[in-house]
Design a protein. Structure first.
Length: 663
């Protein structure tokens, strides 16, 4: 039986004694003196599965980064020889083993020989599981299709008093006494996986395991299906007794009862303890998960989110962090300590993303997005500041298509932008509460003798110094944070209040008010609008409600019904920005509209784009069949005016006639 292929990486000389010990276990294919000399093609072609990395006077993170690279190339399992003592609680992925010297590797020779028993089965997955078994510090058991235990790791052998391997003797998985505490029944680990094909991996939390000396442990049980080469299941058993035996009175204050996660009350105190007891940097990760749970699930749907979070947090706590806090909904705060720098932290974040994605995909759960924001902990900052910075980093992560993990920095351009957006948002909220929004108007000029002039009501917001805040900045935040209903209510109320005075001064009677289609989704807003219009002393035939075309489709039937109701009161209805969507022509046919405002992007190029000219003419011809009037927006010069007059457009609006001014 051949020894598995391995490479040795060392910047310094390696003693002959070390080489001999390594060769007794592995087949050394290459000794590499520099990280730069590692060939991806060679690693793959030679099917390298092990690497021995000597860490000479370098920070341990230097060797861990090499191991990470090797893992990404060919799932290589790395053994780092590090002669300096390291913190046992230090983060280490499950594909890395850190030893003090080569003698420790020789001591594990027998276990590695056990791994070799399966190495020639051409089953790389199983071999990888066996590598992990000595690293994750859990009981690991592998069974065949007859439910015989064909492998148990050293920890499992000691706890369960079962031999690692004795030829001619088998132990049955059914002999292991493990009880589901929730159901108070023994768990049958010998089930046939073909009977429940929808489950490839099962996590059962809070189980009772009886081990030697009649000792009882509270454990989490994870069963993973392998189902190849006569290998049936990989079973891991994690002892969580210490977590369950913490001071119950204290836990009542800091544990989320739904998911057993710490809540935010305990974070500050724990951070102080962590920093005082560690010489490493402490980081907070904000995991913002957006999960699709619309899939076939046979359990209790009311507790589904909690069960999903338990699965995720179980994996994270196994490999990355002992402490996870639930902030709200699906947001998790994870404490990570490391002596590495920014590159190391981002690497850990990427690994957490892969772990979560892998665990959820096994259960048929699709993650729409997982954003990760990171901050380095500064005890001089209060918890509110820490969380605020975390949220800024997470927002930046969300802006990236692939949700790149972001380590917060004050000088990041995105940080400055989001801080500015937060200030604007806070001001918008104050403006709504205190009626700071100002009404402006722009004239709509009739292009035919029998038509009357109109005005469109516009909204402006000024800061404390009287400087206008750009509308794009204001309304993008209003839409983002679902404040359209409140703003639309404010605009409608103020417009009707100003109507009589404006008509007396200017002689224009017909007002157009913009209403968001998203506001119309709100039953509360629809009732408000109807009641406010009916109670006002304004002639409703002089009020036109403008609704942008985009956003109508998803609530089409609701809006059509509401439009028909509004028409009975005499209110006029207009479609704004017409042509910017994809289903415009059907709106003309079905909706009870009086006016179409052609999107300015068509009007601005009417003299240079033949296709835009044809589209405008087509809209006009169709509108004429229903006696719908047309308004051309963004008319800025005489050339555009001449062209729209040739077509027979009814109204024009733009800087050619009037720039917006206060009402």
């Amino acid at each position: 039986m051949k020894n598995p292929n391995a490479i040795v990486i060392s910047e310094g000389a390696i003693s002959n004694d070390d080489i001999t010990k390594i060769k007794s276990i592995f087949k050394i294919l290459q000794i590499i003196k520099s990280r730069k000399n590692i060939s991806k093609e060679y690693i793959k072609q030679s099917n390298i599965k092990f690497a021995i990395i000597y860490n000479h006077k370098r920070p341990i993170d230097f060797s861990i980064n090499i191991a990470n690279d090797l893992k990404s190339i060919n799932n290589v399992h790395s053994i780092i020889i590090n002669n300096k003592s390291i913190d046992k609680a230090m983060y280490r992925p499950n594909y890395i083993e850190i030893l003090n010297n080569i003698s420790e590797l020789s001591d594990k020779h027998k276990l590695i020989q056990q791994k070799k028993l399966y190495y020639d089965n051409n089953n790389a997955n199983l071999d990888f599981f066996l590598n992990l078994s000595e690293l994750i510090q859990e009981i690991v058991i592998i069974t065949n299709t007859d439910n015989d235990i064909i492998y148990i790791n050293e920890k499992g052998s000691k706890e369960l008093e079962l031999p690692i391997k004795i030829r001619g003797k088998t132990n049955k998985i059914s002999d292991i006494n493990i009880i589901d505490l929730e159901k108070e029944t023994k768990i049958d680990l010998s089930y046939n996986i073909n009977n429940i094909p929808e489950f490839k991996n099962i996590l059962i939390t809070d189980c009772l395991l009886k081990v030697k000396n009649n000792k009882k442990l509270i454990v989490d049980l994870f069963i993973s299906t392998i189902a190849q080469n006569n290998i049936d299941k990989l079973i891991t058993i994690k002892d969580i007794s210490d977590l369950k035996s913490k001071n119950n009175i204290q836990d009542l204050e800091i544990i989320d009862q739904q998911t057993d996660l710490y809540n935010i009350k305990g974070l500050e105190k724990l951070l102080i303890n962590q920093i005082e007891s560690s010489h490493k940097k402490i980081y907070l990760f904000d995991l913002d998960l957006h999960i699709n749970t619309e899939y076939e699930y046979k359990g209790n749907k009311d507790n589904l989110d909690s069960k999903i979070l338990k699965k995720i947090t179980s994996r994270i706590m196994s490999f990355y962090s002992e402490y996870i806090f639930r902030l709200k909904d699906n947001n998790l705060i994870v404490i990570i300590s490391t002596s590495g720098g920014e590159q190391r932290i981002i690497s850990i974040a990427e690994e957490i993303k892969k772990t979560i994605s892998r665990e959820l995909s096994k259960e048929g759960i699709i993650i729409f997005k997982l954003n990760i924001g990171i901050i380095e902990v500064n005890l001089k900052e209060d918890i509110e500041t820490k969380i605020s910075k975390l949220k800024i980093a997470t927002k930046i992560s969300d802006e990236y298509k692939d949700s790149t993990p972001i380590l917060y920095k004050d000088e990041l351009p995105e940080t400055i932008l989001i801080k500015n957006q937060n200030k604007i948002f806070e001001y918008i909220v104050k403006a709504i509460k205190n009626d700071f929004f100002s009404l402006y108007y722009q004239k709509i000029t009739p292009l035919k003798k029998d038509l009357k002039p109109k005005i469109e009501i516009l909204t402006r917001l000024f800061d404390y110094t009287g400087t206008p805040i750009p509308n794009d900045n204001v309304f993008s935040l209003i839409d983002k944070y679902n404040l359209t209903v409140e703003v639309d209510k404010l605009v409608v109320t103020k417009t009707l209040r100003e109507y009589t005075n404006f008509v007396a001064k200017n002689g224009v009677h017909i007002f157009s008010i913009n209403i968001s289609p998203y506001s119309l989704k709100s039953k509360n807003f629809r009732m408000f609008l109807k009641e406010t219009l009916l109670k006002s002393h304004v002639p409703l035939q002089n009020i036109c409600l403008e609704i942008t075309e985009t956003g109508i489709l998803e609530n089409f039937e609701l809006i059509k019904t509401y439009f028909n109701e509004l028409k009975t009161f005499g209110v006029k209805l207009a479609l704004d920005d017409f042509g910017s969507g994809y289903t415009s022509l059907s709106y003309i046919k079905i909706l009870p509209i009086d006016i179409i405002k052609i999107d300015g992007s068509f009007i601005q190029v009417i003299n240079s784009s033949q296709i835009d000219l044809v589209i405008i003419k087509s809209i006009k011809d169709i509108a004429d069949t229903k006696n719908i009037k047309i308004i051309a927006e963004f008319v800025s010069n005489e050339e555009i005016l001449k062209k729209i007059n040739e077509i027979g457009i009814d109204y024009g609006q733009g800087f050619l006639w009037h720039k917006p001014e206060p009402i």
